[in-house]
Design a protein around this ligand. Structure first.
Ligand SMILES: *Cc1c(COP(=O)(O)O)cnc(C)c1O
Length: 417
């Protein structure tokens, strides 16, 4: 333990005492979600043979079909599409949007600028990339108010006869704002439907799954999507994404993923099925470990004089812990410190780079078993003022604890703390 300064270890100990009641509350969410998942497995009589995987067209792959029934139940949706063929969260969200939008329609984001990688999915008219705009699907967004709420005056002005999909991003992403809780998403859905009854409410659910007892379809969202290398994959699913919601909308997304008329009836799972099932089983627990780690991180960073969002005792609805630093040196030390605590690739030193889909250089710590898997302890920071570092994940709480200590110790070693 001599690798950590005594005062940093003391801060960690004090933090663990401080967060005890928040952790008890979290444990109740974990318990309920664990049972919700088990009940869905039991209802559909999941058995060993469902894990076998499939090849070729994979017609009648019972394991895949039951997996999607289980997902639909867990998310409180009519149907689900859960596939290893989704290459990333962005691809999954893109598939859902292209599935339901048609030329002449408009997409309206009511939670401000969406996650960076989606900007190119939205695109610009005539950009020649096959973006939404390139296909004649227009786009608007309404910025959040200064206190991070939906600007309803602007939203009611923005909704028009072309508005087909209203999108909500649950998690803060790379933004210094609060994330939206499931109950807030329920309120938003009600208000949006009052403005235009037939609009489709889409939720980018990335990083949110299992942090609360309910999921967006259970409060009225029509279509939600997320990544299997984040929360619902439990750190075990090797790749993929899920879309769930109203049956006819999920079917349209499936037509887009494969081909019209074919949809979800095909799609070889190869050897991924067992991992996706087991990951879903593990997800409530593992998300709990990660969230506990985030609560701890907030408490310790606050003790060391940094501003955090959420604060340790704020309500949480996603994995992301944002920490605000004074400049790029702290940010880089933070990310490099997290990397130094990894079991995988601790010997590499992350540096800022121009990552595809992102508009600023980004530095990322990701010593992960699944490449880029961010239910595993990882940290990212776009190198831009106001120098906010984002950390998320942790398959075990203890790993997060040492990641945070390494980050602080790295700052200390560089005379930044
Ligand atoms: C991660 C994320 C995405 C995109 O997922 P990728 O797997 O990185 O493509 C989209 N939206 C939010 C809120 C995310 O957190």
């Amino acid at each position: 333990m001599a690798v950590f300064a005594e005062d940093l270890l003391q801060a960690a100990e004090a933090a663990e005492i401080e967060i005890e009641s928040a952790v008890n509350q979290l444990n109740r969410i974990v318990d309920r979600n664990q049972w919700k998942v088990i009940e869905a497995f039991q209802k559909h009589q999941v058995s060993d043979f469902h894990f076998a995987g499939s090849t070729g067209y994979a017609y009648n792959d019972r394991g895949r079909e039951v997996l999607e029934l289980v997902y639909a139940d867990v998310f409180g949706a009519e149907a689900a599409l859960v596939r290893p063929h989704f290459a990333s969260g962005t691809h999954t969200i893109c598939t859902a949007l292209f599935g339901v939008l048609r030329p002449g329609d408009e997409l309206l984001y009511i939670t401000g600028r969406p996650y960076d990688t989606l900007h190119k999915v939205v695109g610009k008219p005539g950009d020649g990339t096959g973006s939404l705009a390139d296909f004649g699907i227009s786009y608007r967004e309404v910025a959040l108010t200064d206190d991070g709420k939906v600007d309803w005056d602007e939203v009611s002005l923005a909704v028009n006869s072309k508005t087909k999909v209203i999108a909500i991003q649950r998690s803060r992403g790379y933004d210094w704002r609060s994330s939206f809780t499931v109950s807030e998403i329920g309120e938003m859905t009600k208000k949006v439907k009052a403005l235009k009854a037939d609009v489709i409410v889409f939720v980018d659910n990335c990083y949110g799954e299992f942090t609360e007892e309910l999921e967006p379809p259970q409060v009225g969202a029509d279509l939600v999507a997320g990544s299997l290398i984040k929360n619902p994959g439990g750190g075990i699913a090797e790749t993929g994404g899920y879309i769930c919601g109203k049956k006819e909308l999920v079917e349209l997304a499936a037509y887009r993923l494969t081909a019209p008329g074919i949809g979800g009836e095909v799609g070889a799972m190869l050897g991924t099925t067992r991992g996706i099932y087991q990951g879903l089983f593990m997800a409530p627990h593992t998300v709990g470990q990660a969230v506990k780690g985030s609560i701890f991180a907030a408490s310790v960073f606050e003790r060391c004089g940094f501003q955090t969002k959420p604060a340790w005792n704020d309500m949480r609805t996603d994995l992301i812990q944002a920490v605000s630093f004074d400049g790029p040196e702290h940010l880089i030390a933070f990310v490099q410190g997290i990397q130094r605590a990894a079991a995988v690739d601790s010997h590499v030193v992350p540096e800022p780079w121009d990552m595809p889909g992102y508009e600023h250089p980004v530095i990322m710590a990701a010593g992960t078993f699944i490449q880029g898997g961010s239910l595993e302890l990882s940290a990212d920071a776009p190198i831009r003022a106001p120098y906010i570092g984002y950390m998320q994940g942790g398959l075990t709480y203890s790993h997060v604890k040492y990641g945070v200590l390494k980050a602080l110790q790295t700052m200390r070693d560089r005379n930044l703390l």
